[in-house]
Design a protein around this ligand. Sequence first.
Ligand code: C2E
Ligand code: MG
Ligand code: MG
Length: 461
Amino acid sequence: MKMKSRPTCVGQASMERIRSIPHHDYLTDLPNRVGAHDCLDEALTRARRRFSKVAVLSLDLDRFHLINETLGFLFGDLLLQSISERLKGILSEGDSVARVGDDEFVMILAHITEAEEAVKTAQKVREELSGPHRLKDHQIMTVDFRITASIGIALSSLNGDEAETLLKNANSAMMWAKREGGDCYHFYTAEMNAAILERLTLESGLRDALQRNELFLEYQPQLDLMTGKIVCVEALARWNYPGIGVIPPSRFIPLAEEMGLIGLLGQRVLETACVQNKKWQWAGLPPIRVAINLSAYQLQQKSLVETVKRVLKETGVNPADLEFEITETIMMQNIEATIATLFELKEMGIRIAMDDFGTGYSSLTYLRRFPIDVLKMDRSFLVDTSGKQDSMAIIIGMIDLARRLKLRVVAEGVETETQLDSLRLHGCDAIQGFLFSSPLPADDVTKLLRGISGDSRKCRK
Ligand code: C2E
Ligand code: MG
Ligand code: MG
C-alpha cells in the first residue's frame, strides 16, 4: 500500500529520525509506542512555550480480533493500514499519530486552546473510520469492512503535565469508552482510574478463572403449564471470584467477548451442560432439554456447527435434548449467515429459542424466516402486570402471535401467582422464574427432578 508522505510527528526531519531508529511501526509507517512518547514530549515542550494545550486521543478498535479470526491476518493488516491512512488525513500541521499496540493508536493534537477542539477531532475520527474500508488481498478477494473505535481523551495541564501520565489517562478514558459499549469517546476523569483498576482485576481474574476451570453452571428449570413437569433447564454461567464474590454474567460475558475469550467460555458451557444432561439421564431421570445461551461471537463462528456436532458425539447427548437460546438482537446481526447456521442446527434436531423476545429490534417478517421453535418473552413485560393493562395486552399479543406461528411460548421472570394465573389463562406454554425456581446447582435440579425437594414453589433469590 502506498503511504502518503505527510508528516505524522513534527515535520519531515523528525519522521526521518523516527524511521531510522526502532521507534517506528513497519506495518503502518507510523511512530510506535516509544515514538509516540517522543512526539508527545516535543509537543508538550512547545505547548508550554506557547501557553497552549496538548490533547492526547487514545484509540482502540472495537472487536478488531474478529477480523483476524474470521478473515485472517492479511486482512487485519490491510485494515490497520487503511485506518492509519485515514487518521493521518485528519491531522493538522504539527499533530501526530502513532500505532502503539495491535489495534491501538494514539493521536497527539499539538495546539489546543479548548477541549471542544479535541471533541471535534474525536468526532472526525469516528466519521472517518466508519466509512467502509475496501480491502483487497493478492488474489481476487475484496472485502468492504466497517469498524468503530473507542476513544479516550486527556488534556495537558488538566489531566497531567508529563507524557507518561497523559498517555495513561487517555488510555483509562479509552477503556471507559470501551466499557460503555465502544463506538464513542470519553474525557478522562480522576474517578476513572479506580474503576479501570477494578476492570483490569476482573480481566486477569477471568483469564485465570477460565484456565483453572473456575466458572460453573447453574440450571433454571422451566415448568410446562400443561403437564406440570420440568421439560427444560436453562444453563446459566456463574463466576465466583475468590475474594470478590459472585460476578453476574451480565458483567463477565461482555468482558469475555471483548477479550476474545467468549469462544472458549461458550465451548466450556456447552460441554459442561451436555455432560450434566447425560448424568441426569444415567441417573434414570426423565429426559429433559438443556438450553444454552449463545453469544453473538459464537453464532458468527464458522466452526460452531462442527463444535456442536463434536460435543454431541463425545457426550452422547441426543440433539433433541439440546436447545440454543439466542437473543433477538444477536439473531439480527449478519442475518443471512445466521439463518443458514440456525437451519443447520435445526436440521440436526436441535431446538432454537428466541431469547428476551420483545426487547430487540427484530422485524416481525424475520420471525417467519428464522427456523425457531420457541419464543421466550422478556421478563420486562411481566413487571407489574397486575396493575398495567398495557403490559398484559402485549403479553397476550405475543402468546397469540407465537400460537399462530406454531411456536412454543415461554414466559421468563415469573415471580408472582398473579402473573402465573394470567399466563395460564391466556395459554402460555411454560414459565421460568423465581416463583417456580431460581437457577440451581446441578444437584438441586436432580432433587427437583426426583420430586424429593418437596417444595416445587421454592424461591431462592
Ligand atoms: P437470560 O438468558 O435471559 O437468562 C435469564 C436471566 O434472568 C438469568 O440471569 C436469570 O437468573 C434471571 N431470572 C430468572 N428468573 C428470574 C425472575 O423471576 N426474576 C428476575 N428478576 N430474574 C430472573 P443471569 O443468570 O444473571 O443471566 C443474565 C444473562 O446472561 C442471561 O440472560 C444470558 O443472556 C447471559 N448468560 C448467562 N449465561 C450465559 C452463557 O453461558 N453464555 C452466554 N452467551 N450468555 C449467558
Ligand atoms: Mg436465556
Ligand atoms: Mg432471557
